[in-house]
Design a binder for this molecule. Structure first.
Ligand code: PRX
Length: 628
């Protein structure tokens, strides 16, 4: 197979030959006629003319060889249930859901919005959409009504599938009322909402609109729905993510390229094979869940574990108990989860038989060295830090043990992954930088198979957002700072934009600001991400009030802080709630009115704010300092 370096080189220099070979891992109903159409860069089309289907590759293809083997293992420590679906059972469930969606008029190209906790029915719904050639848009359960309404209006789904409620840490978290509120807020509500009633939260169905999942499931029991074969570039899903503006972007993914990218990653990055068991602790509402809870493992013929619960309930050994019980071979988690476990009894790490486990993969936020060292010592297994984004769909930087075993360095997600022509560029000149020079991490187009094809409904924004920020070069900006060292190991050094990362969740500070600004007492505000020991970053808000005299009463600031947090909770969800809200009379701004976010962060983190020659009023920074 060769070394990582030559493998990567081959993938960049000889794209067509490289990806033609990788495409063999996927079933094509009609073979493609051209590997790559790069005639309209930065738009790229992979496997042109080929017809395939994600659901077929994830399920049908394995029926003969693995029909009675586990495909989906659901474990909920929230409702104390476990269920294993074989490939054949998964086939039956997905067909029934495909039939119920079809009966609601869902067909190729229609959107279906899925707003569900970590339950098997969510996975069935995703795969059922893929089967029909419909486009799913999964919204993370932690998001609230305003987020939901934005996504509904942008994707305009024909049908919504949601649940009555989820549960987190033993506490019921209602979904249905948030959905009802979102449907009131949005301009393009769909006609039908299929509700999975878990019996967790009592609700009144809306007559003529709400349909009961169980009733439809019974009605369509035993249905078989033929696969809709789609051309490779046909969109498979839209997944919204945050950026610099207040409006989330719908990352649009294709079908054939995604199937090939995931199939190849299961081999080369995850070093796996059919029959393995994959435990990914992400959520189906995030890209890691799409790629490595649902599609990747199933396309690779593996069993995937869907876990509804937290890593510390009933105790900090629960994840390791799952590895032991289901003989997980590969585990994928986020640094935050491991930092949480670090506070638990270390003996829990030794309590279970982890001999099946080959490696622990981690992504979503920087993996700090002490955490990497702690888990590496505790597990005695390779820890594989991998770096990527919602936009790319699969890792940009990672060790690739299926290609070559390498020594990893803590703090580094190792090397560029095949297919990604990744560079470190000077922000001002666009020039390529050499070893140990910090710059913007960028990717020379075409983006590889599996990466986003465009922004849903907005090709122009795709180009202007991602390919227009580096002077003189049309390259994809990751909006991350980074460098590589003299040995070629890469390091990611934080975002170049206003995106923050709280416990592995990507949040746009502008979205939080817009929400806070909607509080009647607030005139304007700035939200920044401040280093946090446990969560990586925490959101902190500084707000200017329309009338500062409202703070004169004793306890008023505390009450108002709580009120502002409540507004964010209700509109965006608890994950976006700032850890602190502080009131100031003015924000630090340049003379042209731009908020000096980096200076605010520096002050909050006790660092020197650097060059302040453009600041309008230096006293505003003192206020920030005093307010903490
Ligand atoms: O800033 C980088 C950080 O998370 C961002 C992408 O977040 P999201 O779109 O939610 O996708 C997560 C997919 C794993 C990146 O721009 N990030 C992700 N992985 C790492 C990371 N930062 C440092 N090290 C990583 N391994």
């Amino acid at each position: 197979m060769g070394t990582i370096k030559s493998f990567h080189q081959h993938s960049i220099q000889d794209k067509e030959a490289f990806w033609k070979e990788e495409a063999d891992a996927v079933y094509w109903e009609t073979p493609f006629t051209k590997v790559l159409d790069d005639s309209k860069l930065p738009f790229a089309k992979w496997f042109v003319g080929g017809r395939t289907n994600l659901c077929f590759n994830a399920i049908d293809r394995w029926l003969e060889s693995r029909g009675d083997e586990a495909a989906l293992i659901w474990v909920s420590t929230e409702v104390e249930q476990e269920r294993t679906y074989t490939y054949r059972q998964l086939y039956q469930e997905v067909n029934a859901v495909a039939a119920m969606l079809r009966a609601q008029g869902v067909g190729q190209g229609d959107r279906v919005l899925i707003y569900m906790p970590m339950v098997p029915e969510a996975v069935f719904a995703m795969l059922a959409c893929a089967r029909l050639g419909a486009i799913h848009s999964v919204v993370f359960g932690g998001f609230a009504s305003v987020n939901l309404a934005q996504r509904i209006d942008d994707a305009q789904p024909k049908v919504i599938v949601c649940a009555d409620a989820g549960s987190r840490g033993g506490k019921v978290t209602p979904y249905k009322p948030l959905m009802d509120k979102a449907l009131q807020l949005c301009e393009h509500p769909p006609g039908k909402v299929i509700v999975l009633n878990r019996g967790l939260f009592e609700f009144e169905p809306v007559a003529g609109r709400d349909l009961d999942y169980a009733a439809l499931r019974a009605e369509h029991d035993g249905a078989e729905v033929p696969v809709t074969w789609v051309e490779s570039s046909t969109p498979s899903y839209v997944l919204y993510t945050s950026g610099t503006t207040g409006k989330p972007k719908g990352v649009q993914r294709d079908t054939g390229g995604y199937a090939v990218a995931l199939a190849s990653s299961m081999k080369h990055i995850f070093n796996g094979k059919p029959g393995d068991t994959f435990l990914c602790t992400s959520d189906i509402g995030w890209v890691v869940g799409h790629s490595y809870i649902v599609y990747g493992p199933l396309i690779g013929g593996q069993a995937t574990i869907l876990f509804e619960g937290t890593p510390i309930r009933p105790d900090g050994g629960v994840l390791w108990s799952l590895v032991e019980k289901y003989k997980a071979t590969t585990m994928f988690s986020a640094p935050t989860a491991i930092r949480v476990l670090k506070k638990q009894d270390p003996a829990l790490l030794k309590k279970y038989d982890l001999s099946s486990l080959r490696a622990l993969y981690m992504a979503g936020e920087p993996l700090d060295e002490p955490t990497a060292q702690w888990i590496s010592d505790g597990l005695g297994k390779p820890i594989i830090d991998n770096y990527w984004q919602t936009e790319t769909g699969w890792p940009i930087l990672a060790a690739q043990p299926g290609v070559e075993e390498i020594r990893t360095k803590f703090g580094s997600p190792s090397f560029p992954v095949y297919g990604f022509d990744v560079r470190v560029l000077d922000e001002q000149t666009g020039q390529d930088l050499g070893p140990n020079q910090k710059g913007v991490v960028a990717i020379v187009p075409p983006l590889p198979p599996g990466a986003m094809s465009t922004i849903w409904g907005d090709d122009e924004r795709f180009v202007s957002t991602y390919f227009s920020s580096i002077p003189g070069r049309q390259v994809y900006s990751t909006f991350d700072w980074g460098l590589y060292d003299e040995d070629g190991y890469w390091f990611i050094l934080g975002r170049t934009d206003d995106v923050i990362n709280v416990a592995g969740h990507r949040l746009g500070t502008r979205e939080i600001e817009e929400s806070i600004n909607s509080h009647p007492a607030v005139a304007e505000c700035a939200v920044v991400g401040i280093a946090d020991q446990l969560k990586g970053q925490a959101a902190v808000a500084f707000a200017v009030l329309k009338d500062p005299r409202v703070l004169d009463l004793p306890g008023a600031a505390l009450k108002l802080e709580g009120d502002v947090m409540k507004v964010v909770d209700e509109q965006l969800g608890a994950i976006a709630r700032p850890a602190r809200v502080r009131f100031v009379t003015a924000l630090p701004k340049t003379r042209s009115g731009k908020v000096l976010r980096r200076a605010i962060v520096s002050i909050c983190e006790g660092r020197d704010p650097g060059d302040l020659t453009t600041i309008e009023d230096p006293g505003t920074l003192d206020q920030i300092k005093d307010s903490l």
